[in-house]
Structure formats: structure tokens, C-alpha cells
Design a protein around this ligand. Structure first.
Ligand code: HEM
Length: 364
């Protein structure tokens, strides 16, 4: 498709699919022509909660919302979380110590980002299981929950929980993200309760399953490409660029949606205003025009201008956090599990989603 139909109209879904690096980059970054606004009535119900959050808004509102929340996610603010992330990683590995095997997803890659976000938001430890259940249901794209009452009620429960939490923090502020967002102002305005709820839901959706799949994809890829694990153990400085290459080679977010605000052209295609597009990040990241030998996992690939975190004004707010979690988690796995390898014979199945990409389970 990338070679023969780089911009392809899909009649059934009424979506233009975009596959080449240059085109995907333009769609993600030219926000005046390719809008992120939610298309009312066409999206699955899970989007309603964050329809007014920054991922679904254009400037000028996007700029205001982003400046309100970005302080909490600067590389400096995130770096301060490293000792706590290390502790959580160690606790998770202590639980499986001595057993000789684990499911890397269920036992490690899944709980880690949920616990980190829950702590950042000030969710008490005793509520974490509920938080995890909502997160799982809300992020599931095409799994068993699709358009089911289970998802509707999970969303409702989650909204009520966050609502009560926001009210509590309003009366009794702490150091957590929700308290800081309540206090933050831009152009003399606070976030509305709906915007706050939307942001909490967005953090759950945008931050959890993505990081889980980065970790799963990393271990799978390191184990599949001979010599990688040994090399990463021997050269401690090699991990960050190997993580970037995993982001390129097996991108946790495969596609993002946009809608055109005016008539435009993309490659040879003419797109009328109001066209919906799926920009295929996963395909762009394997485009040989940008990446020599794109089907090879090259842990020290440079330059590596992958689009796994998007580009332009919507560039992933959580990228510094995701990178930090991945570095801390993967270096602990390499150091503490000397026999780390895939369990022989275990079938490899990908999660059932067209947007999020990674293994459903990974016995190691
Ligand atoms: C935006 C990927 C982790 C929060 C994005 C976008 C991508 C992405 C592709 C751009 C969306 C667009 O252009 O429409 C990823 C990947 C992650 C990850 C691959 C992990 C490996 C996180 C984490 C958080 C987070 C840990 C927060 C804790 C966000 C937010 C946005 C965003 C809030 C919206 C930014 C905006 O619209 O201005 N992410 N993400 N992400 N991400 Fe991430």
C-alpha cells in the first residue's frame, strides 16, 4: 500500500488512509489543514469523555490547555519521578522473584504505567484495582467491551470517581496533579470540571496501554534479534537509542485521526474539506525513503526521526515519562533477570486493536 496506494480512500469507512513518511508527517503537523477536532457522532462512545481535552482540540484552545498541563510533564518534572519508578519496578519484580517465569505483560508492563499515573494523580493505593479495571475497559478498542453496557458503566463510574476526587482536592488541595490542575490558570481562566475530567480520562487512555506496549514490544524485539540482550547488558549507554528503535520498529500507536478543514491535496490525491484521515504512523516508521533498511531492527540507528510520539503541536505530552519508564524498567529487567528469554512454544498474539499495537501476552 505504501508503494502503490500511498493515499487511499476507503469507501466502507469513508476514511483516507495515509502511508508514507512525508505525508504522515504533514498530516500530523499541519494542524491548520488537518484538524484534531472530534467529529461528533462518528466516533466510538469512549471518546466522549475526552472530546474537549487537548488531544481533540485545535488552536487557540489547544495552546491554552496544553500550557496548563505541560508544566507537570517537563523533562525536569518527570526526571524527579525516577527514584519512585525504580521502587515500583523493583516491587513488581520482587513479586515474581524465584518463580522462574512470568507474563511480562500482566505481571510487569501492564501494572507499571497504571501505578505511576495513579500516584501522579494522587489516587489512593486502595482504589488502584478499580482504576486499573476502568483503564482496561476504557482503552479496549475492539475487544469484548465494544459498545457494550460494560464500557458505558465503567466510564460512568470513572467519571463519578474523578468528579468526587476533584471536589475533594478543591476543598483540600495536595501536591498531586489534580490539585495542581485545579490551581492552574491560563489567560485568567481555570479549567472547567468537564475539562479536568476529560484530561484525567485522556491520561488514562493516552498514557497506559501505550507504555505497556512499548515495554512488551521492546522485550519481544530484544529477544527476537540475536545478540541484542547481551549487547544491552554489556553497554549500559546503549539502551536509550534501542528504545527509540523499538518505537520506530514496533510503534505502540499505529495510527492517528484527523479531518481536513479545507480542500487540499496530499500526494496525487485531492481531498475535499471535511475528509477524515487515518495517518499510519506504523507504516511511516517503516518507509524506506526515510529509514535505510527499514525492516531491520538497528538499535543504534541514527538519525532516527520516527513519528511514534506524533509531531507538531500534539507531540506526545507524556514522551519524557514514557521514555523514563522504559529506560528504568528495561534496565532493571536486563540486570535482574540473567536468563531473560521468550518462553519456548508460547503462541504470540497481538492485542485486538487497529490503533494500539503490541503482544497480548508475553511469557518469559
Ligand atoms: C499524544 C503516542 C505515552 C499523554 C500522543 C500522540 C502520540 C502518542 C502518537 C499524538 C496524537 C496526535 O497527534 O493526535 C504515545 C506513545 C506512548 C505515549 C507511543 C508510549 C510509548 C504517553 C504517556 C502520557 C501521554 C505516558 C501521559 C502520562 C499524551 C497526551 C497527548 C499525547 C496528553 C495529547 C497531546 C496534545 O494533543 O497536545 N501520544 N504516547 N502519552 N500523549 Fe502520548
Amino acid at each position: 500500500l505504501r508503494e502503490d496506494s500511498p493515499v487511499l480512500f476507503d469507501d466502507a469507512q469513508e476514511v483516507w488512509h495515509v502511508f508514507r513518511y512525508d505525508d504522515v508527517q504533514r498530516v500530523l503537523s499541519d494542524h491548520a489543514v488537518f484538524s484534531s477536532r472530534m467529529r461528533a457522532g462518528r466516533e466510538p462512545d469512549q471518546n466522549h469523555l475526552f472530546a474537549s481535552s487537548l488531544i481533540s482540540t485545535d488552536p487557540p484552545r489547544h495552546r491554552q490547555l496544553r500550557s496548563l498541563v505541560s508544566e507537570a510533564f517537563t523533562p525536569r518534572a518527570v526526571a524527579a519521578l525516577e527514584p519512585r519508578i525504580s521502587e515500583i519496578v523493583d516491587e513488581l519484580l520482587d513479586r515474581v522473584a524465584g518463580t522462574g517465569s512470568m507474563d511480562l505483560i500482566d505481571d510487569f508492563a501492564y501494572p507499571l504505567p497504571v501505578i505511576v499515573i495513579a500516584e501522579l494523580m494522587g489516587i489512593p493505593a486502595e482504589d488502584r484495582d478499580r482504576f486499573k479495571r476502568w483503564s482496561d475497559i476504557v482503552v479496549s478498542q475492539t475487544r469484548e467491551y465494544e459498545s457494550s453496557p460494560v464500557r458505558a458503566s465503567a466510564q460512568q463510574e470513572m467519571a463519578e470517581y474523578f468528579f468526587a476526587m476533584i471536589e475533594r482536592r478543591r476543598r483540600d488541595p495536595g501536591e498531586d496533579l489534580i490539585s495542581r490542575l485545579l490551581a492552574a490558570q491560563v489567560d485568567g481562566e481555570h479549567l472547567s470540571v468537564i475539562e479536568l475530567l476529560g484530561f484525567c480520562a485522556l491520561l488514562l487512555v493516552a498514557g497506559n496501554e501505550t507504555t505497556t506496549n512499548l515495554l512488551g514490544n521492546a522485550v519481544l524485539t530484544f529477544a527476537e534479534w540475536p545478540g541484542t540482550i547481551e549487547r544491552l547488558r554489556a553497554e549500559s549507554g546503549a539502551l536509550p537509542s534501542a528504545i527509540e528503535e523499538v518505537l520506530r520498529f514496533r510503534s505502540p500507536v499505529q495510527s492517528m485521526f484527523r479531518v481536513t478543514t479545507e480542500d487540499t491535496t496530499l500526494g496525487a490525491a485531492s481531498l475535499p474539506a471535511g475528509s477524515r484521515l487515518a495517518a499510519w504512523i506504523g507504516s511511516a516508521n517503516r518507509d524506506g525513503r526515510q529509514f535505510p533498511d527499514p525492516e531491520t531492527f538497528a538499535p543504534d540507528r541514527r538519525p532516527n526521526r520516527h513519528l511514534a510520539f506524533g509531531q507538531g503541536i500534539h507531540f506526545c505530552l507524556g514522551a519524557p515519562l514514557a521514555r523514563l519508564e522504559a529506560r528504568v524498567a528495561l534496565s532493571a529487567l536486563l540486570a535482574r533477570l540473567p536468563g531473560l528469554s521468550l518462553a519456548p512454544g508460547a503462541p504470540l498474539e497481538r492485542i485486538d486493536s487497529t490503533i494500539i499495537f503490541g503482544p497480548r501476552a508475553l511469557p518469559v
